[in-house]
Write a protein that binds this ligand. Structure first.
Ligand code: DC
Length: 250
């Protein structure tokens, strides 16, 4: 919800990057709601492509074939109240892209330069008007190197794995050690891939969320937003989201 002052302000492009479990999704969603901005979860696009690849038996190591798949796919985000839905060729895949199989496949799909080129283009279109909080791994370095504000969220591997565990353990048999092991593997792939590896942009503000709740992180980012835009932002709405922090994906 916007305050009157916010309507007059510049619509910023805010990039939030970091490894999984650092709190990106929760924080980006809350921040976007607070500012009346749209929220783009770029990881969901890699996940949707991975889902499509699994469904069409496209080999996960075939970059050109995966890029061709991405070229033909239509991905659209729709805001339904608090929930951000992803439609893949008109089909709501919001839940389907969260399975462990898709999580594993998305990590493999995202290493290919051809795939990244295509999805980065789509992300640039989604964010070009500003008024957007976009989260991912390379938003501040590659997708929007000129973003108005870049934040890089970090947290200890143990806390990140615990957040991920709580997210997937809901009704599913999961093992803490296995979650930590698989997350470490994906982290490595993100950090050491040739194209757009996960590194903080030089001008990113780094925030360690290990001991912070999501609303505390949002507060810190809002103070950066205030500094950069001169916007008056009310405190009440952030407080009203209390209790949603730290437990969700990110
Ligand atoms: O954030 P996430 O776990 O939903 O992301 C899914 C995968 O996509 C993950 O393996 C990293 C990759 N990804 C990426 O390479 N670049 C992005 N901007 C976002 C996600």
């Amino acid at each position: 919800m916007k305050t009157p002052g916010e309507d007059l302000a510049k619509q910023l492009m805010i990039a939030i990057d970091g490894p999984s479990g650092a709190g990106k999704s929760t924080v980006a969603r809350m921040l976007a709601a607070r500012l009346g901005y749209s929220y783009v979860e770029s990881g969901a696009m890699y996940r949707a492509l991975a889902l499509l690849a699994l469904e069409t038996d496209t080999p996960l190591d075939d970059g050109p074939a995966l890029a061709a798949l991405a070229e033909d796919a239509e991905m659209r985000f729709e805001q339904h109240g608090e929930s951000n839905r992803l439609l893949l060729n008109g089909r709501d895949v919001t839940e389907a892209i969260r399975s462990s199989e898709v999580t594993r496949a998305a990590s493999l799909v995202s290493v290919h330069s051809e795939v990244r080129r295509r999805l980065v283009e789509c992300q640039q279109v989604l964010g070009r008007e500003g008024g957007v909080v976009m989260e991912g791994r390379d938003i501040g370095t590659r997708v929007f190197p000129d973003a108005d504000l870049k934040v890089f969220l970090e947290a200890s591997p143990k806390v990140r794995a615990e957040r991920r565990f709580r997210e997937i353990a809901n009704g599913v048999k999961a093992n803490r050690e296995e979650v930590l092991r698989e997350m470490t593997q994906r982290d490595q792939r993100d950090q050491f891939r040739e194209v757009s590896p996960l590194i903080p942009a030089e001008d990113a503000v780094r925030l360690d969320t290990t001991d912070l709740t999501a609303e505390e992180v949002v507060e810190k980012i809002l103070s950066l937003v205030r500094q950069r835009s001169g916007v008056q932002i009310q405190d009440s709405e952030v407080r009203s989201q209390k209790g949603t922090g730290g437990e969700k994906r990110g």
